[in-house]
Design a protein around this ligand. Sequence first.
Ligand code: BG6
Length: 495
Amino acid sequence: KRPPASLIFIFGGSGDLNHRKLSPALFNLFIDGWMPEKFDIVGIGRRPYDNDSYRTHLFNGIRQFSRRKEEQSELWKDFSQKVTYLQMDAEKDEEYQKLAEIVKEKETAYGEHPNVIFYLAVAPQLVPGIVSKLGPLNICADTKCTRVVVEKPFGHDLDSALELNKLLASMFDEKQIYRIDHYLGKETVQNILALRFANALFEPIWNRNYIDHIQITAAETVGVEGRGDFYESSGALRDMVQNHILQVLCMVAMEAPVNFDADEIRNKKVDVLHAIRKIAKDEVHRNAVRGQYGPGWMKGQQVPGYRQEKNVARESGTDTFVAVKFHIDNWRWQDVPFYVRTGKRMNDKETIITIQFKAAPNYAFPPEAADTWRPNRLTISIAPEMDIRLRFQAKRPGQGVSLSPVDMIFSYKDAYTEQEPEAYETLLLDVMEGDATLFMREDQVAAAWRLIMPILESWQDRAPVDFPNYSPGSWGPEDAEALIARDGRNWVTLP
Ligand code: BG6
């Protein structure tokens, strides 16, 4: 079923996110027949495009970044007729009347009142200004049809996040606010719920009795990709852990939902955030490691160090790598550490979750037969490939007893012929349908900030002395290895 008539305004319409992600996502939804019967998209920006040049600009983005290359030209013609450009200075109050007029005009054309969606794909410092000018418009009082989509980062720290939430709450109802975390739109991340709660097989062992520890790795090979300016005020902890990684951790650790209502899922997830042990400032050095890449070589190519990137301070103390050990204080997870790490310019693009089960209680095989517990693990791979693999111990064929690990693999590529949608497609469709399940509620955002604040503060108090401390193409600083090796464990990478 298609969503109801929708009018989508994209602030930052001439920006990078729209070019790379939003427009290709909307176009793919159109190709797949998921866009509403009646819809329009209005890109809002300062640059002087007319409709034609704007459409050409977006089409270039689609040619480069869309997952579909075929069917483009014919369907693009139809789609692009629905796309217009509005040059507007979003800092001027009086300009916002134009938006109200467009809504009225479309309402007449559609013969019904559409969903009105404001997507804020702009730099974080512009968000409060836009929100406070949008809020007073009459159309925003319609809590059923008018929605605002806010991109991460949600604030720069706990205080600014609370302030932003307060501002949003003063203008909109919580159910109108869609805080996007694109990781939650990824197929494999959503599949964690199916794996855990649509099978009776895993859940009985998904706890401290059978699980030794859990790891989440989100490693990237790219550097800061020209975003030095933004990244200097962010760093890996804010950019990846506060949001994506903690959200994924919640999916892995949450209790079973009773139904799939948005608030039921979000309640279960926020329970996890509340149960994560807050790391005291003086314990940070034992539980968190930060890193920054230096210059070097990656796959035969010379790459600059972080401090040599554009718009980055020569003495920058910004973290481009983080590893943290979390504990969840509840009955299910007591004493099961969650090790997470993320970094730029690492050896591989690898986003994986590893559930490491405990060793067999009585290992009757001769010690020389094999390593005892490593193989018992489930790895959910989000990137580069989408798959789930169960690694277990098997007897090698032949005389005598020699054991070695084998993988039972469910791969999306082999199991399905259909192409999986991009995260932004799923999330944009959800916004049009009014389904907030995969979006962050304000209490989740605040709870996640509360967890990382002591780490941020402790790092702010103490400048890093050893930066840069890892080479491009490595798996991060040595201290990150030590963090997990101290517990007699090691980081898992894909074979
Ligand atoms: C974004 C971060 O939210 O996620 C980027 O701002 C990061 O720094 C990106 O590169 C990673 O997303 P993905 O989907 O490529 O894992």
